[in-house]
Design a protein around this ligand. Structure first.
Ligand code: UDP
Ligand code: MN
Length: 604
């Protein structure tokens, strides 16, 4: 018995040894690539990469949201909206009653920069026109979507526009998705923003909370305060004078449910500051900037146009209106809390999103109206160039060598103290974020074509006088938007010439007024159409001008018309070009003949 046990043990040991040797030999024969898979040894720690964490989270998100795609339209609400009648309903221009007080109107205009009195005459739950692309009516979205907290910062907002913002959100959002709306009072001083607001909210708006900040911190930190209080999966930021349109929410949430690192912007419609008419701005463009960090827009890409209702990538957001998963927002450290009051925050967050592994899209089927004010009503907080300081922070942390292009144009930024940047730079390092060059090459790849970091020289510049009456010069009067250019007596002083008589025919092929960024613009196709001043867009169209050196014509537009003048009335206009017309000849003070020779080669 003992002997048989002994031989059994021997036999088993032999079998074990054979298995072991076979395994070792087999293992060594495998190509080294597979070795990694089978070895439990972690010779090299895997490089921390946001993508890995992201994929894990993505799995989480996929399980949580998703499902099949469904039609989210609230047909009952839409039917109710359609049946409404009254002042400003369906976004048609509203009117004041005959007996309105002019004094009241003016005082509300001056504190708001829009017609506050008229706003009070329009129902808080008015209907808005469904101006989405018609295919949006057919689009389906995931049946399980994340929940939402809406954050609305406000400083001295007019009560009816603020309430209309909240009510439009409540009425046009699926109620089970809308967790809460935070109205964050950035230390308003108007009484109307206090008790009347609290009373209305307490009585009618159970989902709304008002957060009062003890000191004015500006919209960036006010948004942060709202975001900190929020409990929803997705944060949606809105301005305090907006109106959410039909089915606005699902198109904002669906791309986030698919990938929690996608930030989504709605299309921003225009609510007219004077009539409260609701209209579309256009069918969407991609957000961009120039090298003074003015917000600009680039055309949609041809492949985006093929699918007009599909979200398309955009390099930067316009600002106040966007949706982002709370998880991603806080992974990015939220906004840089060192940014003061306002300015630069849309660039900071956009650069951060793209460079640190996220993505930004505009969703054509989500539309929100916004009142673009006539003028900014708030007094300057008196703390120096806070916008410059914000820009400096953003440039220093995110823009690498490209920051220099901004400092070249605004040398005084170099001397502004940006404050402590340690934390912001640490976030960039920790998240292993990509360079600004990567952003410029891969995301804003066509930006430099329209906004080159180093501008080519002007084709011509200086005063522009009429060849028949050389004592008369073109004058941009007060250089304000919508104003006509006219003829006035030329300023012949050698130094400090009248600035409204100085222009540049720039490489954009537009004619710019010195100082403010307005361009000669002709939108009117009728004969003898006036030339007005309009914000320069650099995209030709109504602002395309060419100087014909031989004929001395200033030729406008793709359907060419020439600048002409009525010398007795001192007016200028565009009309059919004619070699017989003496008054169509213009003398520009400095002409860069060499650049003009390259006209056809330059630009697009
Ligand atoms: N805002 C704020 N604190 C400020 C300035 C603005 O909370 O110091 C709010 C304002 O009420 C609005 C948003 O921030 O909801 C954006 O400001 P505004 O509408 O004036 O900017 P615009 O749309 O005119 O660029
Ligand atoms: Mn606004």
């Amino acid at each position: 018995m003992k002997r048989s046990i002994k031989s059994l043990v021997k036999f088993l040991l032999l079998v074990l040894l054979t298995i072991l040797v076979t395994v070792i030999i087999f293992h060594r024969m495998r190509p080294p690539k597979d070795n990694r898979k089978y070895s439990s040894l972690k010779a090299v720690e895997p490089v921390p990469h946001v993508g890995d964490a992201h994929n894990e989270l993505l799995k989480k998100t996929r399980n949580k949201y998703g499902g099949k795609k469904i039609d989210w339209h609230a047909y009952d609400q839409m039917k109710k909206d359609l049946a409404r009648t009254g002042n400003g309903e369906h976004g048609v221009p509203a009117t004041l009653p005959l007996n309105y007080s002019e004094e009241m109107k003016e005082s509300l205009y001056s504190v708001n920069g829009f017609n506050g009195l008229l706003s009070d005459m329009i129902p808080l739950d008015r209907s808005v026109p469904d101006i989405r692309h018609s295919d949006c009516k057919k689009r389906l979205y995931l049946e399980n979507l994340p929940s939402v907290s809406v954050v609305v910062p406000f400083h001295n907002e007019h009560l009816s526009t603020l309430l209309r913002t909240a009510i439009s959100v409540i009425n046009r959002s699926p109620s089970h998705l809308l967790k809460e709306i935070f109205l964050v009072d950035d230390s308003s001083t108007k009484d109307i923003c206090k008790k009347p607001l609290d009373d209305y909210v307490a009585k009618h708006l159970p989902k709304v909370r008002v957060i009062r900040l003890p000191k004015r911190v500006g919209l960036i930190r006010a948004r942060l305060a709202g975001a900190k209080a929020a409990t929803g999966d997705v944060l949606i930021f809105l301005d305090s004078h907006t109106e959410a349109n039909i089915n606005w929410l699902p198109p904002l949430l669906d791309p986030i449910a698919e990938d929690y690192r996608t930030c989504v912007c709605p299309f921003i419609d225009v609510i007219a500051y004077d009539t409260f008419q609701y209209r579309s701005q256009d069918e969407g463009k991609r957000g961009a900037f120039d090298w003074e960090l003015y917000y600009k827009r680039l055309p949609r890409l041809p492949e985006d146009d093929k699918n007009p209702t599909e979200p398309f990538e955009s390099p930067v957001m316009a600002g106040g209106l966007f949706a982002i998963s709370s998880e991603f927002f806080w992974e990015l450290g939220g906004y840089d809390p060192g940014l003061d009051i306002w300015g630069g925050e849309q660039y900071e967050l956009s650069f951060k999103i793209w460079q640190c592994g996220g993505r930004m899209v505009d969703a054509p089927c989500s539309r929100v109206g916004h009142i673009y004010r006539k003028f900014a009503p708030f007094p300057n907080p008196g703390i120096g160039d806070f916008v410059g300081r914000n820009y400096r922070r953003v440039a220093e942390v995110w823009m690498d060598e490209y920051a220099e292009y901004i400092y070249m144009r605004r040398p005084h930024y170099r001397t502004i103290d940006p404050g402590n940047l340690t934390e912001q730079k640490a976030i960039r390092r920790k998240l292993n974020c990509k360079s600004f060059k990567w952003f410029m090459t891969n995301v804003a790849f066509d930006l430099v074509k329209t906004y080159p970091p180093i501008e080519p020289p002007d084709f011509a510049s200086g005063s522009i006088s009429n060849a028949v009456a050389p004592e008369l010069c073109i004058d941009a009067q007060s250089r304000s938007p919508d104003e006509r250019i006219v003829l006035t007596q030329c300023d012949t002083s050698k130094k400090n010439k009248k600035i409204s008589q100085l222009f540049s025919l720039t490489w954009h092929k537009d004619i710019r007024v010195k100082g403010p960024r307005y361009c000669w613009d002709v939108a009117n196709p009728s004969d003898k159409a006036p030339v007005i001043l309009y914000q320069c867009h650099g995209l030709h169209g109504n602002q395309l001008w060419k100087y014909d050196v031989n004929k001395k014509w200033l030729v406008h537009g793709g359907n060419p018309r020439c600048l002409d003048a009525d010398l007795s009335r001192k007016t200028v206009y565009v009309t059919t070009c004619s070699v017989n017309s003496e008054t169509q000849r213009w003398i520009i003070e400095n002409v860069n003949y060499k650049e003009l020779e390259k006209w056809d080669l330059s630009d697009t």
